[in-house]
Design a protein around this ligand. Structure first.
Ligand SMILES: [Zn+2]
Length: 316
């Protein structure tokens, strides 16, 4: 099922299908400027082969890729970074300082993900994580600007979904590459009311107050469009901010209302139910089974992340 699939989305930006769990769930972005290339989010190791194939198709030499920028180190965003860095000799990895150690030595990341997914599923989804030499890693700082042959790309610190999350501001498109911090939105859930957008509160560094602040920070930049990793372009993003805040608050309310005993299972069920209702109110007529196929695994991550957050609050 996994062949190179891509779409030019304007502004010299190409969306590359990530084939993560299913088509249309995750993507990577390739940005071109006067012969120089940057990649935002690498996807998994499998996608790295597709990216190399696309470069060849376009007649872009591997040396022309200057920056590889995972928005954070979750594996659907950075799993193939090591493979790409090996194949692209001139590229610098740009990463949030809190993510550096996992890129230089991915053994902990690999052990953590193997514990979550099991050995077989890990191998199938992520192959293996390759370490990146520390001298090829540049840590982002707030406001740091990269020069992609005359096209400035500015790094924005956006914690909340994870402490190691950054966004990339692209002046040319007046757009922001938002990774996971401005929510997930799958094309199948789009209706006349627009796109269905919701935050995925993954483990293990979820921080709801920081997340609310990052959403406001993004809005204050007045982006005309966002490039979501999950999935595609979101136009007029300000119209969707309220829903993001509301969903985060609703999740937290559900979590705090439950006693610790058996909380995760109940939370997972409640989040599923919440979205069944919300999606209906959005005018979407998909069956609950179909909805489960599309966002069931996200809902599971939401419940896991909230459970970890709650336990941290209770210990503190
Ligand atoms: Zn993530």
């Amino acid at each position: 099922m996994s062949e190179l699939k891509f779409q030019e989305v304007g502004f010299g930006i190409t969306l590359i299908e990530g084939w993560y769990e299913r088509e249309g769930m995750a993507c990577s972005y390739l940005i071109e400027s006067n012969g120089a290339v940057a990649l935002v989010d690498t996807g998994t190791a499998r996608v790295s082969l597709h990216i190399l194939e696309l470069l060849e198709q376009r007649g872009i030499a591997r040396e022309q890729v200057k920056y590889i920028i995972p928005t954070h180190v979750h594996l659907d965003h950075a799993g193939g970074a090591g493979q790409l860095m090996q194949a692209l000799p001139e590229a610098q990895l740009i990463i949030h300082p809190y993510g550096t150690r996992h890129m230089v030595d991915p053994s902990k990341l690999q052990a953590g993900a193997t514990a979550v997914y099991g050995k077989e599923k890990f191998k199938k989804a992520f192959d293996q994580l390759l370490p990146i030499p520390v001298e090829r890693v540049t840590e982002m700082e707030e406001g740091m600007e990269l020069d992609l042959n005359g096209r400035p790309l500015r790094m924005v610190d956006t914690p909340g979904h994870a402490k190691h999350h950054l966004c990339v501001w692209d002046e040319q498109s007046k757009g922001l590459f938002t990774g996971d911090v401005y929510g997930n939105s799958y094309p199948e859930l789009t209706t006349v009311k627009g796109r269905y957008l919701t935050p995925v509160t993954s483990p293990v560094q979820l921080d709801p107050p920081a997340w609310h602040a990052s959403i406001d920070k993004i809005l204050a930049m007045n982006p005309e469009r966002l490039f979501l990793t999950h999935y595609g372009i979101l136009e007029q993003p300000a119209a969707r901010a309220e829903q993001l805040h509301k969903d985060l608050d609703a999740y937290l309310e559900m979590a705090t209302a439950l006693p610790p005993e058996g909380r995760y299972e109940k939370l997972f069920a409640q989040i599923n139910e919440y979205h069944q209702q919300q999606v209906k109110a959005h005018g979407c007529e998909l069956s609950n089974e179909e909805l489960d196929r599309l966002i069931g695994s996200d809902n599971e991550l939401c419940a896991q992340g909230l459970e970890v957050w709650m336990q941290r609050q209770e210990r503190a």
